[in-house]
Design a protein around this ligand. Structure first.
Ligand code: AMP
Ligand code: MG
Length: 313
């Protein structure tokens, strides 16, 4: 299949309206979208990404009124979080309505809903006229794409269209909160931090790895965010071995020599560049990537989470 590249959100939306799948930029990462109500189109997303069928998708809306058709009811905690953080990098999970096809939520009776704040995403979603389900626009298991070029590298020839935009701002996937019960559960860390959430909903709790709530978020069990290279986490550079074909990303220049180093001036810059750095290392055939862990405040907690997952084998 030929993948059309365009800067025009209206042209890109045309493919969604005709039952196609389209990659589009958001402030978190690039998404691969289809009309949520078109089960055949949604199935194409799983095929193109080679995504396991038990990994649910997030529905993207341009307006809060679009949420009503997707869910049974908006709980009190969800409406507070929506009010505080939409549009932005937060996904709320609610009980899904009968109109949402099984394939979109991997058979779960819940659906994640998010409203991106990138202007180009907003114009695209508005032109689609329906909520658009979208996971990250990468091949399953690879680092999420933060540029349209990274999308093309993984999915060129496998999807109908790529809406070309700027590199994403945040560079990590959205924070996900299960709002189906009275006591919301933080399922995935993102740039909206636990303390940001607690300012709005004080009794929110964190999910433990053996918590039954992880059953409700199958994506957390899958291998994720991994480059081909071996990822090694370091807290300071004292233990940094010098292997010939290695790279480093972090906040402080390592004392040992590496082939490729990225020294970031802030945790935010580190978060926004880490996935692209992983991809660049793979393009160059780097064997080991040393990643400096950061202090766990704000987006640092989400960054450490992604680094730990990338280091799992
Ligand atoms: P991705 O957009 O590729 O980051 O994938 C979406 C992730 O959001 C999934 O892997 C899940 O971890 C989470 N998610 C999406 N929908 C739900 C849901 N209905 N319940 C719980 N977690 C969800
Ligand atoms: Mg993903």
């Amino acid at each position: 299949m030929e993948t059309v590249l365009t800067f025009d959100p209206i042209e890109a939306a045309g493919y969604v309206k005709r039952g196609g799948i389209v990659a589009f930029p958001t402030e978190t990462v690039y998404g691969l979208g289809a009309n949520v109500f078109d089960a055949t189109a949604v199935a194409k997303i799983f095929e193109a990404k080679m995504r396991p069928a038990d990994n649910p998708l997030i529905a993207h809306v341009c307006d809060t009124s679009q949420i009503e058709r997707l869910v049974k009811n908006i709980t009190g905690s969800a409406s507070k979080l929506i009010e505080a953080f939409f549009p932005g990098p937060l996904t709320v999970v609610l009980e899904r309505s009968g109109e949402v096809p099984d394939v979109a939520t991997a058979g779960l009776d819940t659906i994640g809903v998010r409203m991106p704040r990138f202007e180009i995403a907003h114009r695209f979603l508005e032109a689609c006229g329906v909520p658009v389900v979208a996971p990250s626009a990468n091949l399953s298991g690879k680092p999420s794409p933060t540029t349209w070029q990274a999308v093309f590298e993984d999915l060129g020839g496998r999807i109908d269209c790529i809406l070309q935009g700027d590199p994403t701002e945040i560079g990590l996937e959205s924070t996900v909160v299960d709002c189906t019960s009275d006591h919301p559960v933080l399922l995935r860390l993102g740039s909206v931090s636990l303390s940001d959430l607690r300012e709005v909903v004080p009794d929110i709790r964190e999910v433990g790895s053996d918590d039954p709530a992880t059953v409700r978020s199958p994506g957390l069990r899958h291998r994720h965010y991994s480059p081909r290279a071996h990822v090694v986490l370091i807290s300071d550079d004292k233990g940094l071995p010098t292997t010939e074909n290695s790279a480093f990303i972090g906040l402080h220049r390592p004392s040992a020599g590496v082939r490729l180093a990225k020294i970031c001036s802030s945790v935010g810059e580190y978060a926004s560049s880490v996935f692209e750095f992983f991809r660049e290392c793979d393009r160059r055939g780097i064997e080991t990537i040393y990643c400096e862990l950061v202090s766990g405040e704000g987006i640092g907690a989400a960054l450490n989470d992604r680094l730990r997952r990338a280091a799992e084998d």
